[in-house]
Write a new protein. Structure first.
Length: 72
């Protein structure tokens, strides 16, 4: 049996779908301009949501889908 998981980042009223989450970075499903600053990381596994307050530190100019983060 496989579990259905959705990952996203909420920042400045926008929702950004994520392809990967790691302790020090996230990878956006599609490249986007996400402002540095506070955000909420949401992990939803079969309807069970876990939300974490994080801070977006910067985007990689070579790989705009890669965002450095810190946990608040």
């Amino acid at each position: 049996m496989s579990k259905i998981a959705e990952l996203w980042l909420e920042s400045n009223g926008q929702r950004y779908s994520l392809a990967q989450v790691a302790p020090e970075f996230v990878i956006l499903r599609r490249p986007a301009t996400v402002p540095s600053g506070p955000a909420i990381l949401v992990i939803d596994i079969e309807g069970l949501k876990e939300e974490s307050n994080i801070r977006v530190l910067s985007a990689d100019h070579i790989r705009p889908e890669y965002l450095s983060i810190s946990r608040s």
